[in-house]
Design a protein around this ligand. Structure first.
Ligand code: MG
Length: 277
C-alpha cells in the first residue's frame, strides 16, 4: 500500500510537469514543502494500472447531453465566496511565476471584454495571487465557436484549471472531438477520464463546480488522508470523490494558456474546512 502511494505521487508529479507548455511554471505549482512527492523513472500507468498514460485504447466515456444550462448553473457567487473574476478585472491574478518575463511584467495579458476573459495565446498561464486549501470552485468556460477542422484532439480549445497544489482539470473542446480519454474535457489530466462526456458545443458556455479536499500529512510527512476531488461538469457529476495519493495541502488556482483563445467568466471559490485534523 505504501509502495502504491509512493508510486502514485511520483506519477502525479511527472504528469503535471509534462502537461505544461512551460515546465518551470508547473514546477512552481508543485513544489510546496509539505509534500512527499519524489520523481521516479518507472513507467507511468494511470491509477489502477490498466492503462498507460494517454492510452488511445482506453474506452471512451459515454456521451450524454447535459441539456441547456439552468439559471442555477450560471448563478451569481454565494455571499461567502471569494470572487476571483467578476467580469471586470484580473486584480486577483498574475502571470504564472516562471513564465517568460513574468517577474518584470506580472500583470496578466489576457483580454477582458463583455464580462469574460479570453486567453491571448502564448502570453502565458495565470494564477491567483492567493493560495487555497480545501475549497469549492466554480468556473465557467467556452472554447472558440469557430472550429478549424485541421485542429483536432488536444489542439482544439485546450486550456485547463490547475487545482491548488494539484493536477489539471482539463478544459478542451470534447464535442465530437476524439482524444485520449485521460486528456478530454473534465479529465483529471493524465489519470482519470470523466465518467461521462457532457461537453457542450464549441462557443457555448459550460461550467465546472469542483470540490477539493486537500491531503493531510502527519508530522513525519506521511500521508494520513488522501486528496479527494469531485467535479460537476454542466450540472453532471463526472469525477466522484476521486482520491489522489499526494500533492500539496494548499496552492494557487491556475488557468492554462495552451495557445487556444478559450474564454472564462464568473470564477469564484469558497474556502472549506473539511473537518479533518
Ligand atoms: Mg489543458
Amino acid at each position: 500500500m505504501k509502495y502504491i502511494f509512493k508510486t502514485t505521487t511520483a506519477i502525479i508529479f511527472l504528469l503535471a510537469l509534462f502537461n505544461m507548455p512551460g515546465i518551470s511554471g508547473a514546477a512552481e505549482a508543485q513544489k510546496p514543502a509539505n509534500t512527499r512527492v519524489k520523481q521516479s523513472k518507472e513507467e507511468a500507468l494511470t491509477p489502477g494500472g490498466q492503462y498507460k498514460r494517454h492510452d488511445m485504447e482506453r474506452p471512451r466515456p459515454p456521451v450524454r447531453d447535459p441539456g441547456p444550462p439552468s439559471e442555477k448553473e450560471f448563478a451569481k457567487p454565494p455571499a461567502d465566496a471569494v470572487v476571483l473574476f467578476d467580469g471586470r478585472d484580473l486584480s486577483r491574478w498574475e502571470r504564472k511565476p516562471g513564465t517568460k518575463d513574468a517577474d518584470k511584467s506580472p500583470e496578466p495579458k489576457w483580454k477582458i471584454e463583455n464580462g469574460y476573459i479570453e486567453i491571448v495565446p502564448k502570453s502565458g498561464s495565470i494564477t491567483t495571487k492567493d493560495k487555497f486549501g480545501d475549497c469549492q470552485i466554480h468556473i465557467e468556460w467556452a472554447t472558440p465557436e469557430k472550429v478549424d477542422p485541421e485542429m483536432k484532439g488536444q489542439k482544439r480549445g485546450n486550456s485547463g484549471v490547475f487545482l491548488p497544489g494539484h493536477n489539471e482539470i482539463q478544459v478542451l473542446d470534447s464535442y465530437q472531438n476524439d482524444t485520449y480519454p485521460d486528456g478530454q474535457a473534465a479529465a483529471i489530466y493524465g489519470q482519470y477520464p470523466p465518467l461521462v462526456n457532457v461537453c457542450r458545443k464549441p462557443g457555448e458556455w459550460q461550467s465546472y463546480d469542483i470540490t477539493l479536499e486537500q491531503p493531510r500529512f502527519d508530522e513525519k510527512h506521511k500521508l494520513t488522508h488522501p486528496c479527494r476531488i469531485t467535479v460537476i461538469h454542466n450540472g453532471i457529476t463526472v469525477q466522484d470523490h476521486v482520491e489522489l495519493g499526494g500533492g500539496a495541502t494548499e496552492g494557487t488556482l491556475g488557468l492554462q494558456d495552451h495557445t487556444n483563445p478559450v474564454r472564462y467568466r464568473n470564477i469564484w471559490i469558497r474556502k472549506l474546512n473539511s473537518g479533518k485534523e
